[in-house]
Design a binder for this molecule. Structure first.
Ligand code: UTP
Ligand code: MN
Length: 500
């Protein structure tokens, strides 16, 4: 994954006889494979340096291939070197260290491969033209998540997990700017089809600032970051994380409790002056269940329950799974559905009817229903990240294990046979369906960048209700998500590619 730490291990490596002389040299650094670029260096100096390195236990390959880890060059003209490297047809080029001779001489002096530092790097300064055929995956990455395809497979989890800790820490301290910067950086790395193994590989990637680059370097070198570790062990961070993990508790409430000296759930529950609202009471009551991930099989079982309710109420009802499960995630913190009907106005009574039915079935543990405040005449909204105006409800449902394929995602020894699950239902009018579906499918970062792209690149305003063209001064109609991407001039991105 990341560049392995340098552990000198002595092993005999036999190489084919060279120039009639059979020689055996001890390889000390198995994880490092050098290649010396002959251009500018010249062949005699190259063979001298090759011999020198080999006597010091380095592997030096004569041929440049994908197994090479360190490319060393005396060519100080970066563009021509990079043009040549890109023409070599290497798949692993983004992960190779491309270094100037100073790294080599430092390593020879130390008798071991020294850590790669920025000053050693030969930077790729080549602009990549659109449609350019040389494989330069890095240069093609867009700064907008809605122009990247991000599956649930994350090749850079070790880095993105670290960025997310920092983002969360900034969020808990209500510092929006740096929080967003780390979220953006994490999102860029999540979209890469390869693992970053050296800082050089991040060259040309958007949204990576000095701070993120320093973190990447630190993690690649040591396997972890001291800054991240410090945050994770910080009492304030731990307490705020714990408090905000309760349904109904946001950063502001958590902060208030922390300032009052409260540090644990029992502190809160024992404090007589704290009045928990209904949502928080349910949050504490079902904490064990709803803080545990919901599985795909559980989401499917809930889909069946909601589907049955919708169709018992109206035969032409429409139900769609959205949120993380629509993006192909295996687990989620809740299950999100859109319910509507083609009969205009009828969607208004849909949610209250569903809620009544769930109550009759005895599976409604909590319900917070919000009526629609949708008013087309109040659009377009300039508010970024504003909550949408559709009728919706935030529920906690009781899910029987017998309804779930291969059973519940429950903790061992739990013999109740059921669990509590968070479910969100949103009910837009049918003509708003495509916008609601796009908005609720997420991810949050994908949505943020769709809106940012619309605003900055197309002079349009997008939210969960509509798309407004500020140039033409008109709303753009859409019946499918594809219509919306087309209005925005974006290539269509499938839901499972929106895990930004
Ligand atoms: P979630 O918070 O459920 O996230 O919101 P998720 O992607 O499904 O992830 P997990 O697995 O549950 O943790 C789903 C989408 O719905 C939008 C959010 O912006 C997100 O993209 N949403 C949610 C709204 O647009 N409005 C809301 O009131 C709530
Ligand atoms: Mn969700």
């Amino acid at each position: 994954m990341f560049h392995a730490p340098i552990v000198p291990r002595v092993r005999k490596r036999s190489r084919p006889a060279e120039a009639g002389v059979a020689r055996h040299e001890a390889v000390k650094f198995e994880d490092v494979r050098l290649y010396l670029v002959e251009r500018k260096m010249g062949s005699s100096r190259r063979s001298f340096l090759t011999q020198l390195a080999r006597t010091k236990g380095f592997i030096v390959d004569d041929i440049l291939s994908d197994v090479v880890t360190h490319v060393v060059s005396e060519d100080c003209e970066a563009p021509s070197l990079w043009t040549w490297l890109k023409e070599c047809g290497l798949r692993n080029l983004p992960n190779m260290h491309v270094l100037d001779i100073s790294w080599f001489t430092d390593s020879m002096r130390e008798g071991r491969p020294v850590a790669v530092e920025t000053r050693h790097l030969i930077q790729d300064t080549l602009p990549t033209l659109p449609g350019c055929s040389t494989p330069t995956p890095v240069a093609r990455v867009s700064q907008y998540a809605c122009q990247r395809r991000t599956t649930t497979e994350n090749n850079n989890k070790i880095l993105t997990d670290a960025f997310e800790v920092l983002a969360e820490s900034y969020e808990l301290n209500q510092l929006e700017g740096p929080c967003l910067a780390f979220r953006r950086a994490a999102s860029v790395l999540k979209s890469l089809p390869w693992a970053v193994q050296c800082l050089g590989a991040t060259q040309g990637l958007p949204c990576l600032g000095e701070h993120t680059k320093a973190l990447i370097e630190e993690i690649l070198q040591y396997g972890h970051s001291f800054e991240v570790e410090k945050i994770l062990s910080d009492e304030r961070y731990q307490t705020l994380k714990l408090f905000t993990s309760v349904f109904g508790v946001g950063p502001k409430t958590a902060e208030k409790w922390y300032r009052r000296g409260l540090r644990s759930f029992s502190d809160i529950l024992a404090e007589p002056s704290i009045q928990l609202n209904r949502m928080q009471q349910s949050g504490f009551l079902h904490y064990g269940d709803i803080s545990r991930a919901v599985s795909k099989a559980e989401a499917r079982a809930l889909g069946n329950i909601i589907d049955e309710a919708v169709h018992a109420i109206t035969p032409d009802g429409i139900l769609a799974l959205t949120g993380g499960f629509r993006r192909g995630k295996e687990f989620g913190h809740d299950v999100d559905f859109i319910v509507t009907t083609p009969e205009q106005g009828k969607e208004e009574t849909l949610l209250p009817n569903i809620i009544d039915r769930l109550k009759e079935q005895g599976i409604l543990l909590y319900s917070d229903y919000q009526t629609s405040t949708f008013d087309i005449s109040k659009l377009p909204s300039h508010k970024f990240e504003a909550m949408d105006h559709f009728a919706k409800c935030f529920l906690i449902l009781r899910l029987e294990g017998s309804l779930v394929d291969r059973g519940l995602n429950s903790t061992e020894g739990d013999s109740r046979g059921w669990r509590a699950v968070r479910v969100d239902l949103v009910s837009p009018p049918m003509e708003r369906y495509a916008y609601a579906l796009l908005g609720w499918t997420g991810s949050r970062q994908f949505e943020r960048d769709l809106r940012r792209f619309a605003r900055l690149e197309q002079h349009m305003l997008l939210d969960n209700h509509a798309l407004y063209d500020k140039t033409k001064k008109e709303f753009l109609a859409a019946t499918t998500e594809r219509d919306i991407f087309a209005h925005l001039g974006l290539e269509y991105i499938e839901p499972w590619q929106r895990n930004a």
